[in-house]
Design a protein around this ligand. Sequence first.
Ligand SMILES: *Cc1c(COP(=O)(O)O)cnc(C)c1O
Length: 374
Amino acid sequence: MSRIYLSPPEVGSEERRMLLEAFDSNWIAPLGPDVDAFEAEFADRIGTGHAVALSSGTAALHLALLLLGVGPGDEVLVPSFTFVATANAVRYLGARPVFVDCSAATWNIDPELVTGELDDRARQGRLPKAVITVDLYGQAADYDALQPVCDTYDLPLIEDAAEALGGTYKGRAAGSFGAAGIFSFNGNKIITTSGGGMLVADSAELAERARYLATQARDPFPHYEHTAIGFNYRLSNLLAALGRAQLRGLDSRINRRHRINRCYRAAFSELPGIDFMPVADYGEPNYWLTCITIDPGRFGVDREVVRLALEKADIESRPTWKPLHLQPVFADDPVVGGSVSAQIFDRGLCLPSGSALSDHELDRIADIVRGLAR
Ligand SMILES: *Cc1c(COP(=O)(O)O)cnc(C)c1O
């Protein structure tokens, strides 16, 4: 029996074919026809005017914040319950994250806390420069509750949809809300280019500027001429070919992950003290990871006991994100609320959710968890 990973890449003959086609065409140089095609196909899928293929989701966040005017000394509202990259990008610009707790009903940034904080800050004349939302574990934040208050104060919203490709909110694609959206194609995300990301936006100007900054800010001269500080943030053509093949298989991957989620729900339905990450009725997640919380008082043992029992059977599971307001590196940054995400972290566990997970493997996992219940 081989190790079961949390969310391993799944690649097949289509990926191999398209990657080798790009290789054989000699488009090894960073940019090329597969980058252009990947961007066009991606923008089409999300329903945004433009998409810019980048070397990572973190790079996409960095550029989005930069292009929306975030700079040294600014503050940016950031969900506390997310992966560290969301807040790191704020720090790259010399700005400061202001962490906002999540709602227990969605695990995403709490619109009421955002509204209260922005109202307070407006009264005090110290509004932040931007608001970042995260579509956590593949479920969209509540945009109808978040966008109007951002509009009221004329703040750009940046949607970190790194985990949510293919998820929807009221029928609209995750990533298409806000002034810019970002995605990640890291190895454990729902589709992967081994490493890569995408910035999407309706603004042609923003997309053009992102392409320019991502390619060392080269001005249009025959020699190398520069009027801005740029970055080396573009996705290579070979990886874009891989991404195109992965994108074609996105819907079947979502279906498979959704099915895995249903299997876990069925397997644990009789167990006391296990709850699933709530699915909001406003949209369809992509079911990137299936996450549960374990109430030790009712279940019998705590999350760590379950995680270690799985690990002993060579099965990888992981605690849910540790809230950023509890991370030592952000100890000095302000936080609004915080107890909801802290409690989820205390009890939360992400279960193996890869699209290639077999029914037999699901049974093995469920048996171990069931065996621990009181
Ligand atoms: C993965 C992830 C990122 C970073 O993406 P990379 O491609 O790994 O740089 C950013 N935000 C969230 C919420 C993520 O899960």
